[in-house]
Ligand binder design. Structure first.
Ligand code: GDP
Length: 529
């Protein structure tokens, strides 16, 4: 293969994820994006996961749901001359650390906001995670077929709360019953909206030029209002600037309705034109690996277990950073310094598991994992570096876990440590007592853990409430100071599954007091593997 061909393979890739608050429209947008990518014939076939759709204890149902989420974990499709990888970010009950970590494996994010609601808390949290890498953000204001809030006010809210500049690319003409379409500020075109075309690619109805008299014929008095408003918008908002976008400081904003299948194509065009091609990644040796390097490299950001005990396979999801995956190739798993031959990596084209013969930087491949692969693992063509930036995130919910049969304490600990290596949950062992504390980012993980402990480790465990608000990993440059801290704060300290020291805070106030009281100690919200 010529170098040019190889560069084309890399440069055409766009790897992104969607961040949004539940119900803002992520599933609906995903459907429309796949429709535009011609991966599904008719929108409405991607099954959403809704809270309350399955009882928590209904494992058959959950298994099915998990099955779906394995196959929709990565969706690859062509759009124009690009190849797009959309990584699923679990959002409702299955919100978890995986959601956060997936954001470390993409090159850009689409932020979907419900135009009637504005910025909501899950979005704020997810945006914080994208800031770890200053990921470029594209924004879609959704649900324009309903009455939304004043668009300028929405942009202002994004700028204020999320601390990112907004550059509108399209501007809405009315909303709700009076939604007429959008004006494309860059192309100087009006794209008219027709309802009732949600399930197919819309016939595009375009008027060229804001001052085109055709506009007055088509939308009547809205035309003059629009002209006035656009003048105001051009004066009051930022122009798109690619450099600022790439630095994560400015987001292009699109308006539309995912349900009405309107505007999603504008956003996708923006993604293909502006979003970064596969970006370099940092290593622990202070060097960046760029996508065009010939040697293969990649890292594991998620491990997904099959809930069905008959199919124990776990899939490790690897983001390729450089080189090329070829079926049957040898890779080095750096952490255990072992060479492995990979002949059966999976891809997720159109939601089906298919065996791939090759994959490129920006792509995600699934490796069968029989317990030897951990989150954060680096694979190379033979070199021994490790990628950084695939952290653990401090859990936000905690429970004490207790055995029904106290004789199985060892088994329980082993199971919990292994499950924490997979990134499902984290386990903390207090220094001052024999409790075992399970911490998770999303509530469903607690059920997953008890279920897997029973089926894979043969232990029956139950949860008890515990008064913990948050945890922080602690480090200190001075050994002596750290030892002092250990003695003074012992009752709040614990070791995690990898024996790292963590501060367990009963309240946020307690945490803030500790941070003030021990200035020499660093309290970390994330921890590198
Ligand atoms: P998710 O939780 O973010 O995946 O959101 P969904 O895509 O499941 O959407 C949540 C609800 O909002 C569903 O009932 C959708 O039909 C609805 N919805 C999504 N997009 C739109 C839209 O553009 N207009 C309207 N009116 N409803 C929408």
């Amino acid at each position: 293969m010529t170098d040019e061909k190889k560069l084309n393979e890399i440069n055409c890739r766009r790897t992104f994820a969607i961040i949004s608050h539940p119900d803002a429209g992520k599933t609906t947008i995903t459907e429309k994006v796949l429709l535009l990518g011609k991966q599904i014939q008719k929108a409405g076939t991607v099954k959403g996961k809704k809270s309350g759709q399955h009882a928590k204890s209904d494992w058959m149902e959950m298994e099915k749901e998990r099955g779906i989420s394995v196959t929709t974990s990565v969706m690859q499709f062509p759009y124009r001359d690009a190849l797009v990888n959309l990584l699923d970010t679990p959002g409702h009950e299955d919100f978890s650390e995986d959601t956060y970590r997936t954001l470390t494996a993409v090159d850009s994010c689409l932020m979907v906001i419900d135009g009637a609601k504005g910025v909501e808390d899950r979005t704020i949290k997810l945006m914080e995670v994208t800031r770890l890498r200053d990921t470029p953000i594209i924004t879609f204001m959704n649900k324009l077929d309903r009455d939304i809030r004043d668009p300028l006010e929405l942009l202002d809210e994004v700028e204020r709360i999320l601390n990112i500049m907004c550059a509108p690319i399209t501007w809405p003409i009315g909303s709700g019953k009076n939604f007429k379409g959008v004006y494309h500020l860059k192309d100087d075109q009006i794209i008219l909206y027709k309802s009732g075309q949600g399930h197919k690619i819309q016939d595009i109805d375009v008027i060229d030029g804001l001052n085109n008299p055709e506009l007055d014929k088509r939308i009547g008095s809205y035309a003059d209002d629009l002209r006035e408003e656009i003048e105001l918008v051009r004066g009051a908002s930022n122009e798109f600037d690619h450099e600022l976008f790439m630095a994560g400081e400015l987001t292009p904003v699109y308006f539309g309705t995912a349900l009405g299948n309107f505007g999603v194509d504008h956003m996708l065009d923006g993604l293909v034109d502006w979003a970064p091609k596969p970006l370099p990644r940092e290593t622990d040796q202070g060097r960046q690996v760029v996508a065009s390097e010939p040697e293969f490299s990649g890292f594991v950001f998620k491990i997904q277990a099959n809930m069905d005990p008959r199919h124990r396979d776990r899939i490790a999801f690897m983001r390729i950073v450089s080189g090329k995956y070829e079926k049957g190739m040898k890779m080095r798993q750096v952490r255990i310094n072992k060479d492995v031959r990979i002949a059966d990596a999976l891809t997720f084209l159109a939601g089906d598991r298919e065996h791939v013969d090759e994959a490129w930087p920006g792509d995600i491949i699934g490796l069968h994992n029989h317990g030897t692969i951990q989150i954060g693992d680096t694979f190379t063509g033979g070199e021994s570096f490790k990628f950084s930036g695939i952290p653990n995130f401090a859990p936000e919910m905690f429970r004490r876990i207790r055995l029904k049969d106290p004789l199985k304490q060892k088994q329980l600990l082993k199971g919990l440590v292994q499950l924490s290596e997979e990134g499902a949950v984290q386990v903390f062992r207090p220094l001052s007592n024999n409790d075992l504390i399970v911490g998770a980012v999303g509530v469903l993980q607690f059920d997953v853990v008890v279920h897997r402990l029973r089926s894979e480790y043969n232990v029956d465990a139950i949860y008890e409430n515990i008064n913990v608000a948050t945890a922080r990993w602690v480090t200190c440059d001075s050994e002596r100071k750290l030892d002092e801290f250990r003695l003074k704060a012992e009752s709040n300290l614990a070791l995690d599954g990898g024996d790292n020291l963590a501060y367990i805070a009963p309240t946020m106030v307690n945490l803030n007091l500790a941070i003030e009281r021990y200035p020499e100690i660093e309290f970390h919200h994330t921890r590198e593997h």
